[in-house]
Design a protein around this ligand. Structure first.
Ligand code: ADP
Ligand code: MG
Length: 366
């Protein structure tokens, strides 16, 4: 995306070596990445990892201690928030209780001196976009939580910003409503074509909504990539443990060939893919997802080059759509394996001996 290209509807954002320190506390410790015009980017990470601080610096409510922020190619660090033309949605809807829905949504337009008739038209359009046409005369207290958050979104987009920042916008809603609104947000993003930056600590929300996810930990970006890249190719142990479930095995490298590492785990050879170049003798961690492990089938798995381990089943739990097993390898390690539940798949029982197999491509060195 060329910098300074503002022919399209969404802003591009560049964060360069961004740092924020509060009286000795480092909230953001050197963040650099760019957000493309029209992209849906999510900042995902545990509480305290610096997500809100990063968002506040983009919005202009906090200024960086070090580093630069460019929107459409131009530095905005000296530009006040109201001149950055950015919409914002917070977890607390922050609606004015004494104003009607239409007055709440029209507020940013009034601040910008938009004439009354034009205001009414834009408010009507924004309420249509969030699927609340006809609600303009109500007061916030007459709406459900989900509806109030839609009003907050309408208020954030009514002045046609090129960038929308959302900080845990669905955090106060129950699961079902949250899932519905996730779909609504995706639709809104597609309809508006503007750039969205979402902050969440909910990994499912991040995986389902985002074009790309930046995983934050201790004020830094631990990994940035498409949801499938992050899930299938975590680049470090933090990401592997934070997104989804992971099994970890510590092994010693005994050879590297063309992106595949051969490692020795207590006398058993396991292969893993990697973009790193570990040296022979290095101690490494191999990780693989529970749903990528399976019980060996003596016919189809004979002679395959997959990783395999002899195990004993120590826990067997039926969880509706899936069965979850804890297995203990004869070499000592405990792993979790899940498989789809089906009437034609034999359930394993505790104490049973088995062999588990999993593909080298699903074994990542972190
Ligand atoms: P997140 O949104 O990921 O939960 P924050 O960006 O809110 O994280 O906070 C990151 C770190 O910075 C935390 O340790 C937090 O306590 C600290 N922090 C945030 N804002 C302030 C502030 N105004 N003064 C002092 N410390 C702050
Ligand atoms: Mg936060």
């Amino acid at each position: 995306m060329p910098q300074g290209d503002i022919g399209d509807r969404g802003a591009s954002v560049l964060l360069a070596k961004l740092e924020k320190t509060y009286a000795g506390v480092t909230a953001v410790a050197g963040v650099s990445f760019d957000i493309q015009s029209g992209e849906f980017l999510t900042l995902l990470g545990p509480s305290g990892s610096g997500k809100t601080t990063t968002l506040m610096m983009i919005a202009g409510f906090e200024s960086p201690t070090v580093g630069d922020i460019r929107i459409d190619g131009a530095s905005v660090v000296a530009v006040p928030p109201y001149r950055r033309n950015i919409g914002m949605v917070f977890q607390s809807y922050a609606l004015f209780p004494h104003l009607t829905v239409a007055e709440n949504v029209g507020f940013p337009l009034k601040q910008r001196g938009v004439p009354k008739a034009e205001r009414a038209r834009l408010v009507g359009e924004a309420l249509e976009l969030v699927r609340l046409p006809g609600y303009g005369g109500r007061y916030p207290r007459q709406l459900s939580g989900g509806q109030q958050q839609r009003v907050a979104v309408a208020r954030a987009i009514v002045f046609r910003p090129r960038l929308l920042l959302l900080d845990e916008p669905l955090g106060a809603l129950d699961k079902q409503l949250r899932e519905n609104l996730q779909i609504e947000m995706r639709r809104l993003h597609a309809e508006l074509g503007i750039t969205f930056v979402l902050v969440t600590h909910d990994q499912d929300e991040a995986l389902t909504m985002s074009d790309r996810i930046a995983i934050m930990n201790e004020g830094k970006v631990a990994q940035i990539g498409r949801p499938e890249d992050i899930y299938d190719r975590p680049s470090n142990r933090f990401v592997a443990g934070f997104i989804g479930q992971s099994n970890f095995l510590s092994a010693v490298v005994c050879g590297v060939d063309n992106g595949v590492v051969v490692s020795n785990y207590k006398g058993i050879l396991l292969r893993a893919v990697t973009s790193l170049r570990p040296s022979v003798g290095a101690e490494v961690i191999l990780t693989t997802r529970p749903e990528r492990l399976r019980f060996a089938d003596s016919v189809s798995d004979s002679g395959s080059t997959d990783n395999r381990l002899a195990v004993t089943v120590t826990e067997a739990v039926f969880a509706g759509e899936r069965c979850r097993y804890v297995v203990k390898a004869d070499a000592g390690i405990t792993m979790v394996l899940t498989e789809a539940s089906s009437a034609v798949i034999r359930r394993r029982v505790v104490g049973e001996h088995a062999e588990i197999v999993w593909s080298v491509a699903d074994t990542i060195l972190v």
